[in-house]
Write a protein that binds this ligand. Structure first.
Ligand code: CMP
Length: 143
């Protein structure tokens, strides 16, 4: 079963959007496999956003993502990587369509509520950065 890594960013947690976001993914039919509220260390932020090192927004990005708790999650389901990204909407919330998470709740690229893996490779990398095997729960969603 395909998995993806999603994370409600500090702005989303602070604004009380965790439940709304979990609700949307549950209603869509995806299955929650792991979740935790945590504060990201500087080291983890650098690893997670390694591909953006050297970009002009990198330091702000690390400062922001370490500024308060995030809600890290693993979700499972058919085509969940691409579908969750559709549900998130474009990186810049001003370009994200209404009905998407960023389109409904975001205003600026620097504070765009949620992160989601963009490929199978990044999913594997990001899940292993945030969770160990024992934290990934296996169960039958439909009873
Ligand atoms: P995310 O999906 O978490 O991955 C990289 C993040 O960098 C992105 O969401 C944005 O929040 C952030 N970011 C800040 N500025 C920019 C920018 N100019 N272009 C792309 N991403 C940016």
């Amino acid at each position: 079963m395909e998995r993806t890594f999603l994370m409600v960013k500090p702005d989303g947690v602070q604004r009380g959007l965790v439940g709304e976001i979990v609700h949307r993914l549950e209603r869509k039919g995806f299955k929650l496999a792991a979740a935790k509220l945590m504060v990201i260390s500087n080291e983890l932020a650098n690893d997670h956003y390694g591909e953006h090192k050297g970009k002009p927004f990198f330091e702000n990005l690390v400062d922001f993502i370490t500024s308060g708790p995030v809600f890290a999650m693993v979700w499972e389901g058919d085509n969940v990587i691409a579908t969750a990204r559709q549900m998130m909407g474009k990186t810049n919330p001003q370009e994200a369509l209404p009905g998407t998470i960023r389109g409904d709740f975001g205003l600026i690229t620097g504070k765009n509520v949620i992160h989601g893996s963009d490929s199978l490779e990044s999913t594997k990398r990001e899940i292993s950065l945030f969770f160990n095997e024992a934290e990934l729960v296996s169960y039958d969603k439909d009873g």
